[in-house]
Design a protein around this ligand. Sequence first.
Ligand code: BDP
Length: 577
Amino acid sequence: MARGSAVAWAALGPLLWGCALGLQGGMLYPQESPSRECKELDGLWSFRADFSDNRRRGFEEQWYRRPLWESGPTVDMPVPSSFNDISQDWRLRHFVGWVWYEREVILPERWTQDLRTRVVLRIGSAHSYAIVWVNGVDTLEHEGGYLPFEADISNLVQVGPLPSRLRITIAINNTLTPTTLPPGTIQYLTDTSKYPKGYFVQNTYFDFFNYAGLQRSVLLYTTPTTYIDDITVTTSVEQDSGLVNYQISVKGSNLFKLEVRLLDAENKVVANGTGTQGQLKIRGKGFDWPLLVKDFNLLRWLGANAFRTSHYPYAEEVMQMCDRYGIVVIDECPGVGLALPQFFNNVSLHHHMQVMEEVVRRDKNHPAVVMWSVANEPASHLESAGYYLKMVIAHTKSLDPSRPVTFVSNSNYAADKGAPYVDVICLNSYYSWYHDYGHLELIQLQLATQFENWYKKYQKPIIQSEYGAETIAGFHQDPPLMFTEEYQKSLLEQYHLGLDQKRRKYVVGELIWNFADFMTEQSPTRVLGNKKGIFTRQRQPKSAAFLLRERYWKIANETRYPHSVAKSQCLENSLFT
Ligand code: BDP
């Protein structure tokens, strides 16, 4: 049901570097300034899901040509949000196909009359394929969720006297195909004794609910016609000084003068520069007060200092918080569910590289990002996956030579074809949960074997990127049984004993699965979603949260005060600044 041509099943062959790759321009986070204005389009939009059999009625009847209400009934839909959770209509929660959003905006007169102003429409993310019309004119298409895209719409709004009313229509398709990220398949069930005619299901190969819609902010912003399109910052340290290298791309004219000022947290200028590239030298450390946001407060309460954006890039505001809180991030793209051999084809590879370009373009200047992750648990034992991962990793390294690149593996060390190309080996394992369940006594042995095998083969640093147990808050049993708080706690304890054996050697990180419970598709193994959180979905701690809190603060204090007796409590006001 994807729009346009079907999947091209090209055999994996050498890719021509640069062919159709290479993003046009930057994707800076919109900020207000004396020369830039922002107009948020968050709030209520008109919405309609296309329930027609082929899901294409909207295109056949050209719903974008006139206000949406003229072509049929609409409902209110808040933006940002996932349409699945808003309505009481069961069909909408599980809808697969095209949905239509529309919103009218009145523009300030200056935006439409002043020809030295550029007006840009920016969509924070639309999962997963989007087509955008402005006043009925096809303006923008984008493939892939979780990442922003935008279009200069000046020539659509600056067309004569007062077209200050703008109608924005966005059609979004959440169908996952073998060439989307994450990939998926559509299966038609044709046994008419069991299913009505035309019945199909969306198959996915990952463990979270495929929420869709305009899930992040939509906004309009302006720039002058000569404007900064992109900034790339890389940093290093030389003795006592921090070095900030910058490269600025200006568009619209060659006649400009650039002054660069670096501000600290209190808005004091700490370094100056001029021109489109240069180096700023600064001294000292930054310091941030904790912000009043629950998840970051919980991270701080825990003493956690890192997470992975499993399994897609998080909102830009989250990345900004990480910068401020000193939380380091393994920034992962939506390369999840690459489970079937047919997903490793040339079309997907090309798209995957493009997605990595979009991730790096968006997040490259966040100091919080310590590593890029190109995928979670791909079928990396396949030869075709080896080539595919090699190409995506090499491409990501060429986009950002300053950061390590990884993917997260759950393959056997001897079979994994992608591991030779990563800088850090990231491993997911679920001993005593999906294997040998109930047998907590096996964890230490199995974990030691896992680490030793991988390290012997690759001699690379290793991160335990997932481990955990499904736990229903309030379920108790001692001696522990699966799904109880006691079982989760004991499982983590056993893992920690194993991790501590290797921690000072080559195991450089541990990431619990998961921070908080989250929604998944229904299945016999999921009780209202994935319950491996150490916090509930409402952010209340399970017993394991207290265990981790002890551990993380003890490790943090050991590192920061190596000569004092390690205490398992927060010793300072700030986190890891
Ligand atoms: C891992 C996946 C993660 C799942 C987790 C689980 O990476 O997305 O949620 O298993 O089963 O394999 O809880």
